[in-house]
Design a protein around this ligand. Structure first.
Ligand code: ZN
Ligand code: MN
Length: 480
């Protein structure tokens, strides 16, 4: 019999707000001392009242609109029973009855073509803290820094059917949420985590099989391996009766390449959701809704088409630039100053992106001042700074975004000189020092001229118009 895999994902994404979801503690505590970013509210002290962070609702709405959801204009918070010490109130404040966004759609592209994945809902909730197990002391410590850091949980319908589709779906979520600047979505940093619900059924059947869940997966590669393994295990159980499938939560061990039963799966009833009486319903009026709607970015595909159409860029260039919103913004700012889309795209793709790659930075980590890049491009295209020196200045601008390229070039002696006297003097010296190269060139070796050219340019520290240098060099060599 042929089987098909049915997969639904619950993706937790940490929102990029400054403060936590219900108090004013900073949401960013990476590398900080344990329990240094806490207050009575996020520690669940009796009598403390949570206040909803408006930015969290802004970001929840943005995420919902990016994923083509309906926004619930009255959205409420609920308590979910949670009996672990990393959430000291013994419940998680989340959304159950009226989540911020419902009924969305995400289009993915795989080797089999395009497919729509339905989004059941997006709800806002607080993260839990961190338990630190100390084996030597046989104790467990708890760090509340991450407690109440805002999350959205994106729940898909079981519309995915392979590891490839899951990968494409996660990539698409990442791109859209990063475009809207609501989240970093970096699995390696824990700002995107994924629960995989999987079952298997005979191909063509419309009944769902027994479902298992693997929680807190944090790498796409591990998710892909886990899906392959679970699919094979389910099919083996159905086909050969190797084991009885049960609805349960399983732990994926990526080193052993196996999943293990952890606990029988809770159902919604086990969580005993009830409306949180301490958090007021959030009512999203038309003004608020429209302001969020109008703040949404162009979708990547729309931007790509516009770059090709409006700026006359090639398909390839347009695709490269629209890989990240940070690249797009830098490019658009550079273009607004230098007025040449072709130049701006060239600098972005051949220089800026290669520095990012060399420094192992993601495109979204770009902090370059785009307007200053535009000024630099002008300096080079107008021949005021040599291309090689332009690259040097760009490197400095990466390290210090406040650098103004013209002033920096001036201060560091990187301005092209039109002093023909100086150029002739340098060329004469270099030519005189290498009669063999001169003879080779005259004997028909074009390469010999390039080597003389390179040495002259070096002597002039790159501050010379290449065309002018070439003319003077040929002139002097021919006179020898
Ligand atoms: Zn707090
Ligand atoms: Mn959750």
């Amino acid at each position: 019999m042929k089987y098909e895999t049915v997969i639904g994902l619950e993706v937790h994404v940490e929102l990029a707000t400054d403060s936590k979801i219900f108090c004013s503690c900073s949401a960013h505590s990476y590398g900080a001392d344990p329990n240094s970013h806490v207050c009575p509210a996020c520690c669940g002290m009796p009598g403390m009242l949570p206040v909803v962070n408006k930015r969290v609702v802004d970001f929840g709405m943005k995420a919902g609109l990016m994923l083509d959801c309906h926004i619930n204009r009255t959205t409420t918070f609920d308590k979910k029973s949670y009996y672990y010490p990393d959430l000291p109130a013994a419940y998680q404040t989340t959304q159950w009855f009226a989540p911020v966004a419902v009924n969305g759609l995400v289009e993915i592209t795989t080797s089999k073509g395009k497919k729509n994945v339905r989004i059941k809902q997006i709800h806002m909730e607080e993260d839990a803290g961190k338990l630190v197990h100390d084996i030597r002391e046989d104790t467990t410590h708890v760090d509340f820094n991450r407690t109440s850091v805002p999350l959205i949980e994106i729940v898909s319908q079981p519309d995915l059917s392979s590891a490839e589709e899951v990968e494409a779906y996660l990539e698409r979520l990442k791109t859209l949420l990063r475009y809207a600047r609501v989240a970093e979505c970096e699995m390696a940093h824990g700002t995107m985590r994924c629960d995989v619900n999987l079952s298997v059924r005979p191909e063509g059947s419309d009944k769902l099989g027994v479902r298992t869940e693997m929680k807190n997966m944090n790498s796409v590669e591990a998710i892909k391996r886990a899906i392959e393994y679970e699919t094979a295990r389910h099919i083996d159980a159905l086909e050969n009766g190797t084991e009885e499938l049960r609805q349960e939560t399983r732990r994926w061990d990526d080193i052993k390449g196996k999943s293990y039963a952890m606990r029988s799966k809770e159902t919604a009833g086990d969580y005993r959701y009830f409306p949180d009486p301490n958090v007021m319903p959030v009512v999203i009026d038309d003004t608020w809704f429209e302001s969020i709607k109008s703040s949404l970015p162009e979708f990547p595909e729309v931007k790509r088409a516009r770059y090709a159409e409006e700026y006359g860029l090639s398909e390839y260039d347009a695709e490269q630039l629209t890989k990240s919103i940070a690249l797009c913004e830098c490019f658009e700012d550079a273009f607004s100053v230098c007025k040449s889309a072709k130049d701006a795209a060239n600098w972005m793709i051949s220089e800026v992106m290669s520095i990012l790659n060399a420094r192992q930075m993601t495109y979204d980590m770009l902090k370059l001042n785009g307007k200053a890049l535009g000024e630099l491009i002008l300096l080079v295209s107008e021949g005021k700074v040599g291309r090689a020196n332009g690259k040097k200045i760009l490197g400095a601008m990466f390290d210090d975004p406040t650098i103004a390229p013209a002033a920096y070039a001036e201060e560091n002696g990187l301005i092209v000189s039109n002093d023909t006297g100086l150029i002739e003097k340098v060329v004469a010296e270099v030519v005189a020092s290498d009669p063999k190269a001169v003879a080779d060139y005259k004997g028909g070796k074009e390469k010999a001229l390039m080597s003389l050219f390179g040495r002259c340019m070096k002597q002039l520290k790159g501050n010379c118009d290449p065309q002018m240098l070439r003319t003077i060099l040929i002139d002097i060599v021919n006179k020898q």
